[in-house]
Design a protein around this ligand. Structure first.
Ligand SMILES: Cc1cc2nc3c(=O)[nH]c(=O)nc-3n(C[C@H](O)[C@H](O)[C@H](O)COP(=O)(O)OP(=O)(O)OC[C@H]3O[C@@H](n4cnc5c(N)ncnc54)[C@H](O)[C@@H]3O)c2cc1C
Length: 429
């Protein structure tokens, strides 16, 4: 069993303090040699909460088709993927006891349960020298005389296991013994992002002079004008989605406020990164396998004096069919002849006006975070030696499909190797 402390501890010293017990922090802990003493400090009542929500509870932990271009910073990510690839991640998890399987290149635990990934990570972290402090919220990191001080407040857990949240959120109840302070030669910021739930704790490195690009929801539904999606709520199709220069084919799920699904999620990055804006036109291609000319030909071949409605019947969901007919400026009872070109255009580029991004509470990741260029090839701060950052706290985000967890693993591995080498030469502690 992993040792989890949720009581105030005396001041203690470690080789490494990892702030954040999410995917990246847990993987880093699992990859550090047993000779290195580690404190993992997590503000939640347990570690790995977001991991359990990944991949709709199945955890898409990596992808066999990982490519740097699928991230916002291809030139930077390439180096990390070369040093620790999807294959390396699969091998590392296999060593921890996880059997994996791939579905269309997406890699999942064989059980298709995210809890299996968390279980093996927790077991790999369960060794002497690793202490996990849950319900500990870090609010300050300082460096003095070569040593980092990490301090904050904790919420006491009562006998029934319920956390006394007031200790963390109600200033008036913060008594002296509710504070903690640990020290270490190395500190790693693995605090993730507020996507769906979580926090932006990148401010912890502000005193070190790091710049942060404001976090914006990404891999999130896109809000659009309501008229064009009227009646479509809940309809799911495989379609192409275009916004600016970006085009994605995949699942599109219509919501009452806009579009969701993997294709929409991946396109949302265009807005999050400022390459598209509110008011831009998002087009949906309801027959992505065919060109415009091919769709026209197909419709012409089917037309035997039928109405617009019977011409399209059986090809689309009935509510999509209604919207296409409307967008083509037709009535269902109109004769199809003379309207095929307009119908084909509506099928191939159904237009929606972008009204914004969905909330962070609906996002899988945030675009933004600490400027990765201010960290070296081992993700150590170029401003303060011994301070590292990994995972989503850095301004790296990828597409849907296992890319973001792969970044958590690759970034954590780079830091694990760097700290292990450093401790070997410096004989830490
Ligand atoms: C619903 C959902 C589904 C997803 N599905 C997938 C998927 O299938 N595949 C994929 O690749 N990616 C997926 N992602 C993205 C992926 O989960 C994240 O990219 C990944 O978890 C980031 O790992 P991390 O360790 O950087 O951050 P997190 O996993 O968010 O961990 C950060 C931890 O730090 C803690 N923390 C923050 N601030 C403090 C503080 N001040 N003091 C102490 N602790 C702190 C947080 O409580 C949290 O536990 C999904 C995300 C969501 C929300």
């Amino acid at each position: 069993m992993v040792l989890c402390y949720n009581i105030a501890m005396k001041l203690d010293r470690f080789d490494v303090i990892i702030i954040g017990g999410g995917a990246a922090g847990l993987f880093l802990t699992s990859q550090l040699p047993p000779t290195i003493s580690v404190a993992m400090i997590e503000c939640g009542e347990r570690v790995g909460k977001k991991l359990l929500a990944t991949g709709n509870g199945k955890c898409n932990l990596t992808n066999l088709d990982i490519a740097p271009e699928r991230y916002n910073e291809p030139s930077i990510i390439e180096n990390f993927l070369n040093r620790f690839s999807a294959k390396d991640a699969i091998t590392a998890f296999q060593k921890m006891g996880l059997i994996t399987k791939s579905i269309d290149g997406r890699v999942y635990p064989y059980s298709e349960c995210a809890s299996s990934v968390l279980d093996v990570l927790r077991r790999a972290c369960d060794r002497d020298g690793v202490q996990i402090f849950t319900s500990h919220f870090v609010n300050s990191v300082e460096k003095k005389d070569g040593l980092f001080s990490v301090s904050g407040t904790f919420s006491r857990v009562d006998k029934s296991g319920n956390s006394e949240k007031s200790a963390r959120f109600d200033k008036s109840s913060r008594a002296g013994n509710e504070k903690f302070k640990f020290t270490a030669e190395n500190v790693v910021l693995a605090t993730g992002s507020p996507a769906t739930f979580g926090k932006d704790s990148t401010g912890l490195y502000a005193a070190f002079g790091h710049s942060v690009r404001q976090m914006a929801p990404s891999l999130v539904p896109i809000k659009t004008d309501k008229a064009a999606i009227k009646g479509l709520q809940g309809v799911r199709v495989k379609a192409g989605v275009r916004l600016g220069d970006s085009y994605e084919v995949g699942e599109v799920l219509f919501k009452d406020f806009g579009v969701s699904g993997i294709a929409a999620f991946n396109i949302s990055g265009e807005l999050a990164r400022g390459r598209a804006k509110v008011g831009d036109t998002l087009t949906i291609d309801f027959m992505p396998e065919y060109s415009l000319a091919e769709v026209e030909k197909l419709l012409c071949e089917r037309d035997n004096g039928s109405t617009v409605s019977t011409l399209l019947m059986g090809t689309f969901h009935s509510r999509i069919q209604e919207r296409i007919i409307c967008a083509a400026g037709c009535e269902p009872t109109d004769k199809a002849e003379g309207r095929i070109s307009a119908l084909a255009k509506a099928i191939k580029s159904y237009k929606l006006t972008v009204e914004g991004l969905g909330d962070a509470s609906l996002a899988q990741v945030m675009s933004g975070g600490m400027n990765v260029r201010e960290f070296d090839e081992n993700l150590m701060s170029k401003k303060v030696g011994g301070a590292y950052a990994i995972g989503e706290a850095l301004d790296i985000d990828g597409e849907c499909g296992g890319y973001n967890l792969q970044w958590a693993w690759s970034s954590a591995k780079a830091v694990a190797v760097a700290i292990a080498n450093k401790c070997k030469t410096q004989n830490c502690k």
